[in-house]
Design a protein around this ligand. Structure first.
Ligand SMILES: [Zn+2]
Length: 270
């Protein structure tokens, strides 16, 4: 599943090809995504893309009449291509541009979406209840302490709740909790403010590192193979069940929380 760093890297990869360009044609070949692609998307020919930005894992492309909202779902990806490149299976939609290129949306499992919002996209039902951006200045230790106060919920599940903070996926939650030395199952409301400050810093660190490593794959968006995968960064615990902890040498454990695998070190994380 594309996580926030992959979505941010996708944005950085496609934005220079989109902003300031006029859409000359819209080619929708499969409307049945998570929600049907609305007819308003077809009507975007002639519109100039004013800006391209990200909110959580949603990509927002602003035109004068509104905002195109894209989500990559479980398996989606965007590529900038010459229009004569053959459509692959699961290529569902393309925006042709006055540059002669096109932006093509690919999604084998069709859990993603391509929607159009005429008003303020921050008020769109999919976006308005989202918590702050993890790398933004609103996401602080004080903010997380407020969100955790009185909560019996496991800290890992709290930081993966998009109403609390967006874009902290499973890998990044596991790695941030390891860096902060916090046991993933600890009740959120029982963790000191000082430790939550460290956790916020760790979340920002792992996401920023992932985005930075993604920068090296930007050129992939220009060719046919440009599917962002999980970024290869040195993982301390994720996917390392039974292997030695890099800090203490104890064995990394795996438990299931909220139907997701959690990896942690029982010695380093309390
Ligand atoms: Zn350890």
């Amino acid at each position: 599943m594309p996580e926030l760093p992959e979505v941010e890297t996708t944005l950085r990869g496609v934005a220079p090809h989109l902003v300031g360009r006029t859409i000359t044609d819209v080619d929708v070949r499969e409307r049945r995504l998570r929600w049907p692609v609305p007819r308003a998307v077809d009507g975007l020919a002639g519109s100039m893309i004013r800006s391209a930005r990200r909110r959580g894992k949603y990509l927002l492309f602003d035109v004068s009449s509104g905002t195109l909202i894209l989500h990559l779902g479980m398996s989606g990806g965007l590529r900038v291509l010459d229009p004569d490149v053959a459509w692959k299976k699961h290529d569902h939609l393309a925006l042709r541009l006055d540059s002669g290129k096109e932006l093509r949306y690919h999604d084998p499992r069709r859990f993603g979406c391509v929607l159009f919002c005429e008003g303020d996209p921050e008020q769109h039902p999919l976006i308005r209840s989202l918590g702050p951006e993890p790398l933004g200045e609103k996401f602080t230790g004080d903010y997380l302490a407020g969100a955790a106060k009185g909560r019996k919920l496991a800290i890992k599940q709290l930081i993966m709740d998009s109403h609390v903070v967006v874009g902290v996926g499973n890998i990044y939650a596991c790695e941030a909790l390891f860096l902060a030395g916090i046991h993933p199952a600890r009740a959120a409301g029982k963790i000191s403010r000082h430790r939550l400050v460290n956790l916020v810093a760790a979340i920002k660190q792992v996401l920023a590192a992932a985005i930075e490593s993604g920068g090296t794959t930007l050129r992939d968006f220009l060719n046919e193979e440009g599917q962002p995968g999980y970024f290869k960064q040195s993982l301390n615990v994720y996917g390392r069940e039974g292997e030695p902890c890099r800090t203490c040498g104890g064995l990394v454990k795996r438990v299931v929380q909220g139907q997701r695998s959690t990896f942690y070190c029982g010695s380093c994380q309390r």
